[in-house]
Design a protein around this ligand. Structure first.
Ligand code: PA5
Length: 438
């Protein structure tokens, strides 16, 4: 198993009986995800994706990534929410949060269209000046305001330096819906199109072309990511939570929620995993937070945030629980040598930073257990592509099961529409004149 769930620190919060009591709900949730005629079937493309993904398109992704690597110094990735966060999480997790600044033979990757900030877009335009660029615009609906503004601006920027024909050969559109405006634009202009399957929602789409193309451009091995996801798929097929740690994690979340633990901190001990935390926040936030229900998801990097939020976690309101995702072997390490005039730190001499980080992890678990914070531990051996694929699938499935146990539909996001409608009224978008919630 590429990931291990350790429940040792939950014993004083959850009894065996409680796991038993939630069993039927887990089975019902499992059936909703796996039954052929499930009422949710229009959303379930992601469930068997690691087994059934389109191999022809996958090879096309690999070929296109190679082309972009060979003809571009920069890949600009345009997208927001589910069309952005997972991709960035993967690149930082597998490469570095300093990916763009480190020496490498793959293009820099800049993410835009994930806000409406002109100042941020201007900075990226400056970074792209006189560079050979390619553009991957990702929007399942093909209508989202933030990415479409950025797309319009970058398209013009590129046409100025390359002309329309070469620009067309450097723009890649990843989109879904048949009636997507983006698809129409792509077809009219001759841009290459990749597909986000109709039955896979944005926040469940990182293992489709939406994530795989830019991830592959970074040099990461996407075949291994899919292999890891397949391991997670197979490991989470059993209907029994005693044999299925993904379902057990979903059960734990719901049992704790019933005990008023309505904030979950997902914590990591590596800064380059911070966007994975953002991905988990979005996945659970948009899936579970509805109908006045849901566990508020947040994520933190330790030990960094132990020096800012540690006090609250240890001693503040007792409505939080923690899920620590600890990876034993994260790659590079540094030995701490003896240095003159720093004798008070001699106890660290000869130790490695990764070893010290592990002690920080163990110390944190002990402290938070003392502070009556339920701590779930998810532990992986290494930060490989397989592990990441496993993590992506594990959390997607745990999130779906957890939301269904809670009694909400994990796959819609009606709440997101409200801000959009108000904004469109204020912007004078035709069709929104009478939206009167402002
Ligand atoms: O998870 C979701 O469905 C959302 O976060 C979407 O991914 C996000 O709103 C972007 O949508 P689109 O890809 O249609 O531009």
């Amino acid at each position: 198993m590429l990931l291990n769930l350790n429940c040792k620190y939950l014993e004083k919060f959850i009894s065996f009986k409680e796991y038993f009591k939630i069993k039927t709900k887990i089975e019902q949730a499992h059936n909703l995800l796996h039954f052929k005629n499930s009422r949710l079937k229009e959303y379930l493309g992601w469930v068997s994706l690691p087994k059934n993904y389109n191999k022809t398109e996958f090879n096309e992704i690999l070929n296109t990534a190679k082309k972009i690597q060979s003809d571009s110094e920069v890949l600009v990735v345009i997208g927001i929410g589910g069309s952005y966060i997972g991709t960035r999480a993967a690149i930082e997790f597998l490469k570095s949060n300093f990916y763009n600044n480190l020496p490498k033979n793959t293009p820099n990757i800049y993410f835009v269209g994930n806000s409406i900030s002109a100042s941020s877009l201007c900075d990226v335009l400056k970074l792209c000046n006189n560079k050979k660029i390619s553009l991957n615009v990702i929007s399942k609906s093909g209508t989202t305001t933030e990415p479409m503004i950025a797309f319009k601006i970058f398209k013009e920027f590129m046409e100025k330096s390359y002309g329309r024909k070469e620009t067309a050969s450097r723009i890649y559109c990843t989109t879904g819906a048949e009636n997507s405006v983006l698809k129409t634009i792509a077809t009219e202009n001759g841009y290459k199109i990749f597909n986000i399957p109709k039955d896979i929602g944005g926040r469940f789409s990182v293992l489709t072309a939406a994530g795989l193309l830019p991830i592959s451009v970074s040099g990461a091995n996407i075949s291994k990511i899919m292999k890891g996801a397949l391991f997670a798929y197979n490991d989470s097929l059993s209907i029994k939570s005693s044999e299925n740690q993904c379902y057990k994690y979903a059960a734990i979340r719901n049992i704790l929620y019933k005990k008023s633990k309505n904030i979950e901190i997902t914590a990591f001990f590596e800064p380059r995993f911070s966007f994975l935390g953002k991905w988990i926040e979005q996945l659970f936030g948009e899936s579970e937070g509805k109908d006045l229900k849901g566990i508020f998801p947040t994520s933190m990097i330790f030990s960094t945030e132990l020096h800012s939020m540690g006090q609250f976690i240890q001693d503040g309101s007792r409505n939080i629980f923690e899920t620590i995702l600890f990876i034993d072997n994260v790659g590079n390490d540094i030995k701490i040598e003896n240095s003159k005039n720093m004798s008070s730190f001699d106890f660290l001499s000869g130790k490695t930073m990764n070893w010290v980080n592990k002690k920080a992890f163990e110390g944190t678990v002990a402290a938070h257990e003392d502070g009556n914070v339920p701590v779930v531990i998810l532990q992986c051996e290494n930060a490989s592509e397989e592990t990441l694929g496993y993590i992506f699938y594990f959390f997607e499935k745990a999130c779906a099961i957890s939301s269904l146990i809670m009694g909400v539909n994990p796959f819609n996001q009606p709440g997101v529409e409200n801000y959009k409608k108000n904004m469109f009224t204020l912007l004078g978008k035709p069709g929104y004149e009478n939206y009167k919630k402002i």
